[in-house]
Ligand binder design. Structure first.
Ligand code: PMP
Length: 457
């Protein structure tokens, strides 16, 4: 009864992110009421394993007592402190210092935001300021990768390369450009890693040439694994090759690790796997494991010094009321304790089990590709393994697969073009992982029975 009235209130008043507003009015919301470990409960009392950690963010799992205690303590002691006027709070300083220590190379300076979109947006501003300070303000152009996602702020949405974020919104701007994705499954140059790396290098060089040379290009944005674009894993060495090329061209290299940081692929930062040090890293999500909002921009010492010298005694005019929020920072510290106290290690072990478990479904007639790293994985469905024909739109993969999984007690992400996405909490047990795989098998079998898919086989 209560749930029904909430569904009605939601329909009438709450605007949902990245939703079909009309579709949502018809379908109504699903209520989530509780979470513990890797499990959530819905409004009907159904227990589900959360194979997507909320929105790839609850890396530490739900209901961790130490995180709750840290937030409660901080709210009681000092609920808010601004960073303006040279003020601050202890947890923000301690978190920045611990993160800087853990971050690759000289990424020693941390600017806290409220989430991922404003972390990306902050880098756009910092990048522009950096080139201005270096006396090269004509370096105006920003390049990202097709299928990339870099948030939905006004400027960030133009770096995002997914059409739903562009059409009708007046982006990308004329200073925002893209090169093709490295997608190994559907790449016109094939799936040879070296050929894919070479194609991306050539594409970036050609794009830079088109823009009048590197003296006009400010920055290149990548995700270590493209998330919202379909969980596309570049070949090993791709990140390093692109980083190297940007260094040669004097173009800033930004790794958007909003999804991949904090144990999602294994280490605290996915860049560590590639042995690279970007000029900036953007993070959010796992930073506070979804308990409270927070993002962080990691800035290299070199960039920091140029901006600081450029501004001299003048203020660098960038800031938000809730930057370095003490409660978020206290949560960040508690979550970091969990990661470093064994959770990353558990995530690594569970990640191997997840990848092997999902790979064991490769023989299923609908499975075209299984990919991922650590606790980040995808299954791409096709109706023909040879031609890689996509699931027909008539079969409404995004809603029907999501609903089927839900009915099986599994939360996953179902991408509209027939990709199943996984990003479970790092605290999963072996049984949790086995459940994810077993329930996925059931979902695949049910999907095979879908008349709209049968018709396409
Ligand atoms: N960058 C990447 C790589 C992301 O995946 C996301 C969110 N999914 C963002 C930026 C934006 O983060 P937020 O939703 O916290 O604004």
């Amino acid at each position: 009864m209560l749930a029904n009235s909430l569904v009605e209130l939601d329909r009438n008043h709450l605007i949902h992110p990245v939703a079909s507003w009309r579709g949502h009015e018809q379908a109504g919301m699903r209520l989530l009421t509780h979470g513990q470990g890797a499990w959530v409960r819905d409004g009907e009392g159904r227990e589900l394993i959360d194979g997507f950690a909320g929105l790839w963010c609850v890396n530490a799992g739900y209901g961790q007592p130490s995180v709750v205690e840290a937030a409660t303590r901080q709210m009681t002691e000092l609920c808010y402190a601004t960073g303006y006027f040279g003020l601050g709070s202890e947890p923000a300083v301690r978190l920045a210092a611990r993160l800087a220590e853990a971050a690759p190379g000289d990424l020693d300076h941390v600017y806290f935001t409220l989430g991922g979109s404003d972390a990306v947006d902050s880098t756009i501003r910092f990048v522009r300021y950096y080139w201005h300070a270096r006396g090269l303000p004509q370096k105006q152009h920003f390049i990202s990768v097709e299928q990339g996602y870099h948030g939905s702020s006004t400027a960030g949405a133009g770096l995002t390369a997914l059409s739903a974020f562009h059409e009708g919104f007046g982006v990308p701007y004329d200073w925002q450009h893209r090169i093709p994705t490295h997608d190994l499954y559907r790449n016109p140059v094939g799936d040879d890693p070296q050929a894919v790396i070479e194609a991306s290098r050539s594409a970036l060089m050609a794009k830079v040439e088109d823009l009048g040379g590197a003296e006009h290009v400010a920055a290149f944005y990548v995700e270590p694994i493209q998330g919202s674009g379909g969980i596309l894993v570049p070949p090993a060495g791709w990140m390093a090759a692109m980083r190297e090329l940007c260094a040669e061209l004097d173009i800033l290299f930004i790794a958007d690790e909003v999804i991949t940081a904090f144990g999602r692929t294994g280490p605290l930062f996915a860049c560590a796997d590639e042995g690279i040090v970007p000029d900036f890293i953007t993070t959010a999500k796992g930073l506070t494991s979804g308990y409270v909002p927070m993002g962080a921009v990691f800035m290299s010492d070199h960039v920091y010094q140029v901006i600081a010298d450029g501004a001299g005694q003048a203020a660098v005019g960038h800031g938000q009321t809730y930057s370095a929020h003490p409660v978020s920072a206290a949560v960040g510290l508690a979550v970091l304790d969990l990661y470093q106290g064994g959770l990353l290690e558990n995530g690594r072990i569970m990640g191997e089990r997840l990848q092997a478990g999902l790979a064991s479904l490769s023989d299923h007639p609908l499975v075209g590709d299984v990919r991922g790293r650590g606790m980040l994985a995808a299954i791409e469905l096709v109706t023909d393994k040879k031609t890689k024909a996509r699931i027909p739109a008539a079969a409404q993969p995004a809603t029907r697969i999501f609903d089927r999984a839900w009915d099986q007690g599994l939360v996953l992400r179902a991408f509209g073009w027939g990709v199943l996405g996984y990003a479970p909490p790092l605290c999963c047990t072996t049984d949790d992982i086995d459940q994810i795989v077993a329930r996925t098998k059931k979902v695949l079998d049910l999907t095979l029975d879908d008349p709209d898919i049968r018709a396409a086989l």
